[in-house]
Design a protein around this ligand. Structure first.
Ligand code: ZN
Length: 189
């Protein structure tokens, strides 16, 4: 696949000069959809004390992160697949151009429809793009998340019965996040 080749080329070009954090970030992008970027956002959100549900099938488009008590939804989008207006999103494969154009346009229409449906149900939406998760930019993300989600819970463990129920059942709580917080201490400044 062309995108993979492209990422692979970029990886080979600069890999030796990267710090371990940057390298693991880059590798996570290479692994692709539903892995690196989403896990990174989940860890940040979790470390800020918020609790969420993942991939809620009952809602339009099965949104990535859902914060039921706050009526908030976070969508994590790959720039190429979701056609972000950035360098990565503007790249068009050199072959099978019609195929890709049709496919990517359909993705865009589907995204727009999903956002409309969610908003009409009263949800607020924050879209986080893959390019906003580069090691250089990720530091700002914490502030943005707090601004969007509202007041942080005082303590991760002290909250409503709803959150206790979610934590007990394990649904939507990334069990690994607590153990891996030390990997991302840099984002807290
Ligand atoms: Zn982008």
């Amino acid at each position: 696949m062309i995108l993979t080749q492209w990422l692979g080329r970029r990886r080979n070009q600069g890999m030796d000069t990267l710090t371990p954090t940057e390298r693991s970030h880059r590798m996570s992008l290479v692994r692709g959809k539903d892995t690196g970027p989403e896990i990174l956002v989940r860890r940040i959100v979790h470390s800020l004390g918020y609790r969420y549900r993942m991939h809620v099938h009952e809602l339009p488009g099965c949104p990535d992160l859902v914060f039921p008590g706050r009526q908030c939804i976070i969508l994590i989008h790959g720039c190429f697949w979701h056609q972000h207006k950035c360098k990565m999103g503007n790249r068009m494969p050199k072959s099978r151009i019609n195929f890709w154009r049709t496919k990517l346009e359909a993705n865009k229409r589907r995204d727009a429809k999903q956002r409309r449906s969610l908003r009409s149900l009263g949800w607020r939406i924050l879209t986080i793009w893959e390019c906003q998760l580069s090691p250089r930019k990720v530091e700002k993300l914490g502030e943005r998340l707090i601004e969007f989600l509202g007041l942080r819970p005082h303590r991760a463990s002290s909250s409503s019965g709803h959150l206790h129920r979610m934590a007990r059942s394990g649904s939507g709580v990334d069990p690994k996040s607590g153990n891996q917080r030390h990997h991302h201490t840099s984002i807290h400044g």
